[in-house]
Design a protein around this ligand. Structure first.
Ligand code: SER
Length: 600
């Protein structure tokens, strides 16, 4: 079976059960300062899980592009990837366990054709200290579906609890989460005792692969660390499209699934090497995963850079270059991987096809830059010839020169250098610790009030763009935005400084719209139609063929703003509390201005 077939079947299955099909959001969340990437289908839906009404109703289904940066080092075995598609269905305070579990079971056994004898399930063991009971209800449902008791396993919160920030102790106040029930496919391979005496669903030997997770998102963490029920009980289901396809094909290697295998085949051709050869497997897999991820990142506007999100695209491409060299493929040919990936997603993500030439160019350029950097790193390394390289020095080589540890280790014997690998790992870990702490800080800020303030600022930002366009002209378009609970930061195209007088007019425009009790209307329409009718929007290529247009209109018929967007927004501008104020105007980059504004 191919991924396209399973994706279609899944969407159709849930549409038939009353779910509205919503598009995949961008890999780069636009108005969520709490996270760099979309790593699960629920992230873009957070406001709705917390109780905001979703315009498409209470039952939703989609296939979401996801990127998990933390898995970058895991890639190389037969099942870990950084990019994947997550099939998702949601109940926003509507159906719960007794619908969700039988539906997923029916999908797997009837639609995908998996044998129920190969399915194992896990349930939450309960946690007395949190006052959250053992999930025997899910276990009973599974039993009723014919899963025998010995294939139903209970685990604690480390395995059977889901929230964006992990286990209950890691969750900040205001964060929703809940117990989950996972389904594993048993590939029947021999247990490897290196992973423990006995095999079980969460064993890492590769026999079992998780293919779906039904999260019962029904709790919210309070300031005092305890948990209380959310006003609504939600279902948040996520299942890896590639892994379900692998199960359908009874082949535990996800790299044999069509969307990754196209790269494996391409590499076999250009390297003349065989994927079946153990020696080459890791390189084939790293290139296939990393390049597919980099392609989707670039399409969503995340081009390689040294900081922030772009740093991950950089790492992906650079690691891929290293593995191309290992396979002995001609230099400067990595961009050749783009075409087969684009082809396999033809029709599903048309933006890939439209941007193929840009992606190829970015890839080639990054390879070129990397090769230049490598030369500089090598010079540094040569300075240590015949001596020792401390953990700190190796870390500098890695972080400043982009010189990977594996490359240092390859060259070390030639240069007669002793490398302190442990020291490097300590440096690396403390660096990661720092950035994690930073991320947690960010996380708290963004969620403090469950998204209400950011939603108000988001709608106000639409009004500001409309005001800027009114006073500066139609050449003004959004070039980026970042909204926290405190302020909105907004970049837009404009060649010169905007004077205070104009900023005052824009401010007044926004405040007038707030005072006018304008109503937010959401209409879905074909992208072509939206573009032709002059709807304001940037990053058109990031949006699917059917787009959402948000219009703010007051009773007298005045249209205050009409813009392409993914939401969420207030329903009426009267919900925007305070006076809108532009506090800063500065240059962002050539031809782009940046303003900061807040609600006072
Ligand atoms: N949020 C859950 C996950 O990512 C299920 O969608 O696994």
């Amino acid at each position: 079976m191919k991924t396209a077939e399973i994706r279609d079947k899944y969407i159709k299955f849930f549409e038939e059960r009353g779910h509205a099909h919503i598009p995949s959001a961008s890999l780069r969340p636009e108005n969520d300062p709490t996270t760099l990437f979309t790593g699960s289908g629920m992230q873009p839906l957070l406001p709705y899980l917390l109780g905001e009404k979703h315009p498409k109703g209470t039952r939703l289904v989609n296939s979401q592009k996801a990127f998990r940066a933390e898995d970058i080092e895991e890639v190389g075995d037969n099942r870990h990837t950084t990019f994947f598609e997550m099939l998702g269905n949601w109940s926003l305070g509507e159906y719960f366990k007794k619908e969700q579990l039988p539906w997923f079971f029916e999908f797997l056994t009837n639609e995908v054709g998996l044998s129920k004898d190969r399915l194992w399930v896990t349930c939450f063991a309960g946690d007395e200290s949190l006052g959250i009971p053992k999930d025997t209800e899910s276990a009973e449902i599974w039993k009723g579906l014919g899963i025998p008791e010995e294939r139903i396993c209970y685990y604690d919160a480390k395995k059977n609890w889901w929230s964006r920030s992990g286990t209950p102790d890691k969750m900040p106040a205001g964060e929703p989460g809940g117990p989950d029930s996972e389904v594993f496919y048993d590939f029947g391979t021999e247990h490897d005792s290196a992973f423990g005496a006995e095999c079980h669903p969460n064993c890492d030997c590769g026999r079992f692969v998780e293919i779906g997770n039904s999260v019962f998102m029904e709790y919210i963490k309070k300031e005092d660390g305890s948990f209380e029920p959310l006003p609504q009980k939600n279902v948040d289901f996520g299942g890896g499209l590639e892994r379900i396809t692998a199960a359908a094909n009874q082949d535990p290697d996800v790299f044999n699934v069509d969307s990754l295998n196209v790269v494996i085949e391409h590499l076999s051709k250009v390297s003349g090497k065989s994927y079946l050869d153990e020696e080459n497997k890791e390189s084939f897999r790293v290139i296939a995963d990393h390049m597919r991820a980099a392609i989707f990142m670039i399409v969503d506007g995340v081009v390689p850079t040294n900081t922030d999100a772009g740093y991950f695209t950089r790492r992906l491409i650079r690691r891929a270059v290293r593995h191309m060299d290992k396979l002995g493929v001609d230099k400067e040919t990595l961009h050749g991987v783009v075409a087969p990936v684009v082809e396999v997603y033809e029709g599903v993500y048309p933006e890939l096809t439209n941007k193929k030439a840009d992606i190829e160019r970015e890839t080639a350029l990054e390879e070129e830059r990397f090769r230049a950097t490598l030369g500089k790193g090598l010079k540094q390394l040569e300075k240590a010839k015949g001596g020792k390289l401390s953990g700190k020095e190796e870390f500098t080589l890695f972080s400043t020169y982009g010189f990977p540890l594996e490359l240092t280790l390859e060259l070390a014997p030639e240069l007669n250098i002793e490398v302190d690998v442990e020291g490097f790992k300590v440096e690396m870990a403390s660096h990661q610790e720092l950035s994690r702490a930073g991320a947690e800080q960010k996380f708290k800020g963004g969620l403090a009030d469950g998204g209400e303030t950011t939603t108000q600022l988001h709608t106000a930002t639409h009004l500001m763009l409309a005001g800027l366009r009114k006073y500066l002209g139609d050449n003004v378009h959004q070039a980026g935005s970042n909204i926290t609970t405190e302020r909105t930061r907004f970049d837009f195209t404009h060649p010169e400084k905007v004077d205070r007088e104009t900023l005052d007019k824009v401010e007044k425009y926004v405040n007038d719209a707030i005072a006018a009790n304008a109503v937010m209307e959401l209409v879905e329409m074909p992208k072509k139609e939206a573009k032709a009718s002059g709807v304001e929007g940037s990053f058109w290529e990031k949006y699917p063929d059917t787009v959402q247009v948000y219009t703010l209109k007051s009773k007298d018929g005045t249209v205050w703003s009409r813009e392409l967007c993914g939401g969420p927004h207030v329903k009426n501008t009267s919900e925007i509390k305070g006076t809108f104020k532009i506090t800063k105007e500065e240059s962002s980059s050539a031809g782009v201005r940046r303003v900061k504004a807040l609600l006072e």
